[in-house]
Design a protein around this ligand. Structure first.
Ligand code: ATP
Length: 266
């Protein structure tokens, strides 16, 4: 099923501050939305600046992996935050609330509630099988003499047809394929930015998203495998900590995996 998606070039948010017209940059093709946003951030762009693109020539995931999407079929955006101090407390919480906001936006617009896959993917589960619907990637930037900034990038597969999914990734899915009908990208974008703005304001007012994030994670209490550079580790996922660290009960005791160079599998 192929779908002609509406263009997002005319998207405009009239309320709030995050992604409103003076803080919204649309470019049809970019290397990556993070690259464009980093340049803006280094030149003083305000918090809440959003860069959105229809296509990326060098989209990236974690650990130097590629993020691939056929042009016009996804939501590809990066959002700039200048979180309060201490940065190391707020940065992981910010990543958690982005995952929650994206999940809730998908649910509000489509009626389908995806799960979060630690640390920051949105997945759809079919029994023991899972498919990746979205990825979230955070990157930090620093300008000499200033507090660090955090960019959160989202790639949400909206209208990628079934025939194109294997070209993207063997484990990818899209809203079109899951629901069997097109979904309005502008509605998804608006719902996401609205939730992101509201939950970021709550975060700055002292809210800790950890309990909600933990409750939304797939595979808690289940046997999982962590693929780490030093080798694979199997165990039961028992908890996550305030900084996002995954806790596993293994045959050799408790193991901690900070968000970093590891991947999680069921
Ligand atoms: P993994 O998904 O292997 O646990 P990860 O969550 O750390 O790793 P990410 O950085 O989120 O991975 O995403 C990169 C990986 O996602 C790529 O290696 C590729 O397998 C897959 N991928 C790339 N583009 C897409 C896409 N549009 N939709 C779903 N999956 C994708």
């Amino acid at each position: 099923m192929a779908v002609n998606q509406e263009s997002l070039s005319q998207f405009s948010r009239s309320e709030g501050w995050l992604g409103t017209p003076s803080r919204f940059v649309f470019q049809s093709t970019v290397t990556s939305t993070h690259d464009v946003l980093r340049d803006l951030a280094e030149h003083g762009a305000p918090e809440g600046t959003v860069v959105l693109a229809e296509s990326q020539t060098a989209g990236r995931g974690r650990l130097g992996r590629r993020w691939v999407t056929p042009p016009g079929n996804a939501l590809l955006l990066s959002v700039l935050f200048r979180p309060p101090e201490p940065f190391l407390t707020y940065a992981p919480r910010l990543l958690m609330l982005c995952g929650l906001a994206l999940r809730e936006a998908v649910a509000a617009v489509t009626g389908m509630l995806p799960a979060l896959k630690w640390p920051n993917d949105l997945i759809v589960e079919h029994g023991e099988q899972w498919r990746k619907l979205a990825g979230i990637l955070a990157e930090i930037g620093v300008v000499a003499g200033e507090a660090p900034f955090l960019m959160v990038g989202v790639g949400l597969n909206v209208a990628i047809p079934a025939v194109q999914l294997p070209l993207v990734s063997p484990a990818a899915t899209s809203l079109l394929v899951e629901l069997g009908r097109p979904v309005d990208r502008a509605a998804l974008l608006g719902a996401f930015l609205q939730r992101l703005e509201g939950s970021y304001e709550r975060l700055c007012a002292g809210w800790n998203p950890l309990p909600e994030w933990r409750a939304a994670l797939a595979w808690m209490g289940r046997e999982v495998m962590v693929k780490a550079p030093s080798g694979d580790v199997c165990g039961v996922a028992t908890d996550v900590l305030d900084d996002g660290t995954l806790v596993l009960q293994t045959a050799n005791g408790v193991a901690h995996f900070p968000v970093g160079d590891v991947s999680l599998r069921i």
